[in-house]
Design a protein around this ligand. Structure first.
Ligand code: ADP
Length: 323
């Protein structure tokens, strides 16, 4: 293998740049030329890629986002389109690909592998919903961003005796809500993996916090939780007089995706990028680099994308005790 390519795909997050940097530098060290593909799978289809030297990845370690750009590319689900992508790589003499991204992107990587193109995945997702890896690149930084916001909200909530609903990202996965709620001392955490509670029982929790003399009540809500943040807000406001707390909502939104990667994400991105190159060059394909305990292992992409990573119910129970 003389030439390999790297791309970032799907949702962006912190830690992608350290991973790209590691792929380029480890590849060069091993004697292969490394191509950076722009805008995820769209760049493979449009033949938008170029050779990266060591200087091309200078100074990016501490930068959020991805220097390669990322995109969602629904056309990539079509076989003909993927054939075209492989053709473009073959024409350049590229015969290995590293895909950094979430569940969808890793499904794309698996599809390329199944078409005979050597492909290795790196889990890059703020949601931590990728099966088979303890953590994905980006999760740690995102959690710290959310935690910082919760701490600040708590200050103002206490000063005004307010209940705050803090909505965090995570699509159908409650991981970010659970972890940040636990670390941020939330009174209640609502995640899609656990059915309920009813609006009535949420109101009871708020009232209970007030009666216990709390100066605030923080409820962390995962964006995928139903019936949703607005329904809770409206219900609590309808019972405002009896609950004691006034109610405010903060939807954290895209601030959660940006920012300088943490020490942990820089290190994880670097380690995973290095291992992805090593795996590809030693003939592996159809695998994802996974963090298991403190070590890295290769995990089958087919298993990684088969299901979402389940939530640790022990942590949820712990959070309930801590309210
Ligand atoms: P993420 O990777 O963050 O989960 P998406 O789910 O949007 O983000 O997936 C990113 C991209 O991966 C999609 O826009 C598409 O190009 C590609 N992709 C997703 N699923 C598949 C699939 N089953 N086969 C081929 N490519 C896919």
């Amino acid at each position: 293998m003389k030439r390999i390519a790297v791309l970032t795909s799907g949702g962006d997050g912190p830690g992608l740049n350290p991973c790209i940097r590691a792929v380029v530098r480890c590849g060069l060290k091993a004697g292969v030329e490394v191509f950076g593909v722009q805008w995820g799978y769209a760049g493979l289809i449009d033949n938008d890629m170029g050779s990266l030297d060591s200087r091309a990845v200078s100074g990016i370690l501490g930068k959020g986002g991805t220097i390669l750009g990322t995109a969602r590319c629904p056309e990539f689900l079509e076989l003909q389109v993927r054939r075209q992508a492989i053709r473009h790589m073959n024409q350049r003499g590229i015969n290995g690909l590293i895909v950094i991204g979430g569940n969808g992107s890793l499904a794309g990587a698996l599809a390329l592998h199944e078409m005979g193109f050597p492909t290795i995945g790196v889990p890059g997702s703020i949601d931590n919903d990728i099966n088979g890896t303890d953590l994905a690149v980006g999760v740690d930084t995102t959690l710290n961003t959310i935690l910082d916001a919760i701490d600040r909200i708590k200050d103002t909530a206490s000063s005004h005796q307010r209940a705050f609903l803090v909505e965090v990202m995570g699509r159908d996965c409650g991981y970010l809500a659970l972890q940040s709620g636990l670390a941020g001392g939330a009174e209640l955490i609502l995640v899609p993996e656990r059915e309920g509670p009813t609006l009535e029982s949420i109101a009871e929790e708020v009232l209970d916090a007030y009666m216990r003399g709390k100066s605030h009540c923080i409820i962390v809500i995962a964006e995928g939780w139903k019936p949703g943040t607005k329904a809770v807000q409206e219900y609590l406001l309808s019972r405002r007089e009896e609950l004691g707390f006034d109610v405010r909502v903060t939807v954290l939104g895209h601030v959660q995706r940006g920012g300088r990667p943490s020490v942990f994400d820089r290190t994880l991105g670097t380690r995973m990028g290095a291992m992805a190159v090593e795996a590809l060059l030693s003939g592996e394909s159809g695998k994802m680099v996974a963090l298991r305990g403190n070590g890295l292992e290769l995990f089958p992409l087919a298993e990684a994308v088969k299901q979402l990573k389940p939530l640790d119910s022990m942590l949820l129970e712990l959070a309930e005790i801590m309210d």
